[in-house]
Design a protein around this ligand. Structure first.
Ligand code: G3H
Ligand code: 13P
Ligand code: ZN
Length: 326
């Protein structure tokens, strides 16, 4: 089947209490790892591309890699989504260039300016044939590792969401309830430590999520910054020359809980980066004489695939849901 927008996926995810995984893609091995997992698990998926990914890999290469995945996985609904679109022009370039969904991230702007730019993107995207879905954002995520994070975050104000959705016409809304981008989501002083010395973060603000959900019935909510920063990969990185002390993510039980609520899209990037980097570091440590990229990218791709399978089955709940999302 051709690329799809997110309408049907979110309708089913909302109704049936699961979430669609939105995984960031930057190269062929990442696209393959994710989509091979989805094919085996019969799961719908959102492949998302950031401004940084477009700068790194080039728009055309990424679109063609995703189109290759569509051919290889004919029964899996796949959305090609712009992650954190910074302005109208970038969104327009992606809509014109084959994306089926875009995010316009006006979350750092004053409320009225966020509404204005989001509405402009929605008008363009919805007039496109076929209809392109749009995600907006209210509230900002803190974080330090990518181009889209702010030094300080601020929770979404539930009293603003109805007006934002009504005036912009967005198809989904990203909210800030305590997640953040990257592998250091919580400062050690915000956490406690378990018996193994691993940081245990404070809970997400489910009270805000529930209040937003009450104000926006039947409306899909999106969670960014939802990597769990698996401690086995942090340990693998650190055991093989890396230095990521106190890296900590969102506990998977909390994401599982969110997926049962109106959260229909859960964004995961850092976990894939960790799986890839840990695997490659280990490989080089164990095989210092090797230099064929295929030899170290192959296990990295395999571990991305295993990680994604685990997310689909055990966290998001969307394994086996491809058919109802078609
Ligand atoms: O939300 C941000 C994603 O992890 C993308 O990060 O801007 O480094 O590509 P990036
Ligand atoms: P993570 O850094 O938690 O993987 O978040 C990814 C994300 O939100 C992409 O938009
Ligand atoms: Zn994000």
């Amino acid at each position: 089947m051709p690329l799809v927008n997110s309408l049907k996926m979110f309708e089913q995810a909302y109704k049936n209490g699961y979430a669609i995984g939105a995984f960031n893609v930057n190269n062929m091995e990442i696209v393959q790892g994710i989509t091979e997992a989805c094919k085996e698990e019969n799961a719908p998926v959102i492949l998302q591309v950031s401004k940084g990914a477009r700068a790194y890999a080039n728009h055309t290469y990424l679109v063609k890699l995703v189109e290759a995945a569509v051919i290889e996985c004919p029964n899996i609904p796949i959305v090609l989504h712009l992650d954190h679109g910074p302005d109208f022009e970038t969104c327009k370039a992606c809509i014109d260039g084959g994306f089926t969904s875009v995010m316009i991230d006006g979350s750092a702007l004053p409320f009225e300016e966020n509404i204005a730019v989001t509405k402009k993107v929605v008008e363009y995207a919805h007039a496109h044939k076929p209809y392109v879905t749009v995600e907006g954002e209210l509230g900002t995520l803190a974080g330090i590792e990518d181009e889209v994070s702010h030094a300080v975050g601020s929770y979404t104000r539930p009293e603003e969401v109805e007006e934002f959705v009504r005036r912009t016409g967005v198809d989904s809304l990203a909210i800030a309830i305590g997640t953040s981008h990257g592998a250091y989501k919580f400062k050690p002083e915000q956490c406690t430590r378990n018996a193994d010395g691993v940081l245990v973060p404070p809970p997400l603000r489910f009270d805000i999520l529930k209040e937003v959900a009450k104000r926006l019935p039947n409306f899909p909510i999106v969670l960014h910054g939802s990597s769990s920063v698996p401690q086995n990969y942090v340990a693998m990185v650190n055991a093989h020359g890396g230095k990521m002390p106190d890296a900590v993510g969102v506990p998977e039980e909390q994401l599982r809980e969110a997926a049962k609520l109106p959260v229909c899209k859960i964004n995961i990037d850092s976990d894939l980066r960790l799986a890839m980097t840990g695997t490659i570091r280990e490989f080089f440590d164990e095989h210092p004489e090797k230099f064929d990229p295929r030899e170290y990218l192959k296990p990295a791709r395999a571990n991305i695939k295993e990680l994604v399978r685990h997310k689909l089955r055990d966290v998001l709940g969307c394994a086996g849901k491809a058919d109802e999302c078609r």
